[in-house]
Design a protein around this ligand. Structure first.
Ligand SMILES: Cc1cc2nc3c(=O)[nH]c(=O)nc-3n(C[C@H](O)[C@H](O)[C@H](O)COP(=O)(O)OP(=O)(O)OC[C@H]3O[C@@H](n4cnc5c(N)ncnc54)[C@H](O)[C@@H]3O)c2cc1C
Ligand code: SF4
Length: 334
């Protein structure tokens, strides 16, 4: 690991003094929360920050879990495990609790924070190994070793000829399905953005998210909605535990006697960023939730998917994942 300067930020105002340039993968200043992404990538020499700003003191103010009539509010520095195990989150927002429970390992879930989780980096092996020169995410303009290389885990939705990396997280997919917002505090004050606007697209792979310099994620808001209780997160992976998704779906349904009033579908494991399948949702409205209507919706959800050889299987796997998740959500007792 390369030498770096270390600071501790006791408040968001002190954290915001650091010009993190966070949108960029190679930012010279990085916040340290649980460290389970950051330190990994520093040891691999992928991230080379000159300054690491420890924001763990912010946990005292920003790790709450509140469930109220307006919805769910989660502190940006809450531990993944605390949210996954929270009885009211499990009851009222099961997709959120399940997405966190199925992520990583107990040790990691205890250590890692929600803010760090949504900003985790891709698991693309070429990104994580600097001996591969061609990686537009690490080195803009250098090419993409995964296109034409080994790309079994890579994305089929939202990709470009510049990058086909998969967004590996689970929690942000559930947030995307449930219309969540991200609360930010930075040098310009506080603001909220949709979770769908947090991650940026594959046309500029070295820019990963839309945080402004110095901004800290202090919370997440999930609105109360009639579909939140009938929500679920289905994660498909190569082994049953301690593994990233190769396909996942967060689904939420508001049903009127078996007929869909509202549907929400988020996709993970197969897209460049947490993905919303809005055309599939619209196609379900006013129809009974059956295997046929779920299959038609799943086809729409994967419309435009592009495989690059080894990952072609994800198109059909993604469709089946959506069908299974929809049928599971419709069968849930609420
Ligand atoms: C072996 C392994 C398996 C895993 N499996 C899964 C899995 O199945 N599913 C899954 O979803 N994840 C998985 N993960 C990823 C893990 O969940 C993330 O590493 C973790 O959530 C990151 O949180 P952290 O607090 O440790 O972030 P850190 O490593 O501290 O930070 C990550 C990044 O986010 C920035 N950051 C952190 N907090 C904030 C904030 N509040 N505001 C602004 N910027 C911030 C940091 O600057 C850094 O760039 C796995 C990780 C490992 C090592
Ligand atoms: S898929 Fe993206 S992260 Fe992976 S090698 Fe290509 S440019 Fe780099």
């Amino acid at each position: 690991m390369r030498p770096f300067a270390y600071d501790r930020a006791e408040t968001t105002a002190l954290a915001a003094r650091h010009p993190t340039a966070q949108g960029q993968t190679d930012a010279k200043v990085q916040f340290l929360a649980g460290g389970t992404t950051l330190l990994d990538l520093m040891k691999l020499d992928v991230l080379r920050p000159e300054r690491v700003v420890d924001i763990t003191p912010l946990k005292a103010r920003h790790s709450g879990i509140e469930v109220g009539p307006d919805g769910l509010r989660l502190g940006g520095l809450a531990a993944m495990a605390a949210v996954a195990d929270h009885p009211a989150v499990k009851r009222d927002y099961p997709a959120i609790a399940e997405a966190l429970q199925l992520a990583a390992s107990p040790q990691l879930r205890n250590m890692a924070t929600l803010g760090g989780n949504v900003l985790q980096r891709t698991r693309c092996p070429y990104y994580r190994d600097p001996s591969w020169a061609a990686c537009n995410k690490r080195t803009p303009g250098s090419g993409c070793a995964a296109i034409g290389g080994f790309n079994r885990q890579h994305a089929v939705l939202g990709v470009s000829e510049r990058c086909i990396a998969q967004y590996p997280g689970d929690f942000a997919v559930a947030l995307a399905a449930l219309d969540a917002e991200v609360e930010l505090v930075g040098p310009g004050g506080a603001r909220r953005i949709s979770i769908l606007d947090l991650h940026t697209g594959s046309d500029r792979p070295h820019i990963e998210h839309s945080l402004r310099p110095g901004e800290v994620i202090v919370g997440f808001r999930v609105p109360a909605a009639p579909w939140a209780r009938r929500s679920t997160y289905l994660k498909i992976r190569d082994r049953q535990s301690y593994e990233f998704a190769i396909a996942s779906a967060a689904v939420a349904l508001d049903l009127d006697g078996g007929v869909v009033r509202h549907a929400r579908i988020g996709l993970g494991g197969m897209a460049y960023k947490p993905w919303r399948a809005k055309a599939a949702e619209a196609a379900l409205v006013g129809k009974p939730l059956t295997e046929d209507t779920a299959t038609a919706a799943a086809r729409l959800a994967l419309e435009g998917a592009v495989g690059h050889g080894h990952n072609d299987y994800k198109v059909e796997l993604g469709r089946r994942t959506v069908v299974r998740a929809l049928l599971a959500a419709s069968a849930t007792e609420v």
